[in-house]
Design a protein around this ligand. Structure first.
Ligand code: SAH
Length: 266
């Protein structure tokens, strides 16, 4: 039975930030400010990265250099990857691995994708656009990391999660960043989120047997969808679909390993 997604939750509502969504929607979000204030976060206890003696900004820059060496080129994506503090999205026991090119568990059997895959998918999603994308729909909020990265490259991010526990975890993780342009939704992302449509781009962090019709319907003409999908050979690969005035154009790219796209909520 199809379920409608919950109402959008505006992250800044829970904070005393005196900004309205309208006023900040087109303004660069405050991640870089959050990054520079990392030293005072969690006061009086030091952040896990501090207690491990890591300078998170320097470690992130090294991660970005590796991404560039691996062939990632889009400056806006590299800037976003360098700005978002990935260590804030993983359990404290895993903080030391936060900037390694590895996927990590985030609870409830799910994983945060490795930085290379996040950057690659967002680079594909942007497709060399000159400026920021408009509204972007993300399926599979997980811990909220990718939503935070997306908030740098899109004017609005709608991110859906089907597991209540992770939806709430993402809300808690993201609160610190005060990203007024990220809207977390609890619901079955296979149905998309019609209220935010049409989307300039749709990105899935979970792999399905096929691309749900709702995503194709909710994609704007001129928009692009990037989703891990099972291909004819039974393997998961990155699927890129462009919605053009003449119809859909599909490309199947490299093999990937994402958690499964599931229907319903839990
Ligand atoms: N982008 C996330 C990655 C999360 S892993 C991050 O940065 O952490 C993929 C997520 O997709 C899982 O949390 C899983 O629960 C979710 N998922 C799977 N099927 C879904 C669906 N139909 N709707 C919404 N979320 C779904």
């Amino acid at each position: 039975m199809a379920q409608r997604p919950g109402f959008p939750l505006k992250l800044d509502k829970a904070t005393p930030a005196p900004r309205t969504l309208k006023a900040t929607a087109n303004v660069k979000p405050s991640l870089s400010t959050a990054a520079t204030s990392a030293a005072s976060f969690g006061s009086p206890a030091p952040s896990p990265v501090q207690s491990l003696g890591m300078d998170s900004s320097a470690v992130r820059q090294r991660m970005v250099q590796k991404l560039a060496a691996q062939g990632l080129q889009d400056p806006m994506v590299l800037q976003a990857m360098g700005a978002v503090e990935r260590h804030r999205f993983v359990e404290s026991a895993l903080v030391a691995q936060a900037y390694e090119d590895t996927s990590l568990p985030i609870g409830l059997g799910q994983t945060i994708s490795k930085p290379n895959v996040v950057a690659r998918m967002i680079e594909l999603l942007r497709n060399g656009a000159a400026g920021k994308l408009g509204r972007v729909l993300e399926i599979g909020t997980g811990c909220g990391y990718q939503a935070a990265v997306l908030s740098h490259i899109a004017t609005e991010v709608y991110s859906m999660e089907r597991l209540k526990g992770l939806h709430e975890k993402a809300r808690a993780n993201l609160r610190h960043f005060r990203l007024a342009n990220v809207h977390l939704l609890f619901g079955d992302g296979m149905l998309g989120y019609a209220k935010g449509a049409p989307y300039a781009a749709i990105i899935s962090a979970a792999g399905g047997e096929s691309v749900p019709q709702a995503w194709l319907d909710q994609l704007a003409v001129g928009g692009r969808l990037v989703a891990p999908t099972v291909t004819a050979g039974g393997q998961q690969a990155l699927m890129v679909i462009d919605k053009t005035p003449q119809g859909f154009q599909q490309s199947v790219l490299e093999a990937v390993h994402f958690v499964p796209l599931k229907s319903g909520v839990s």
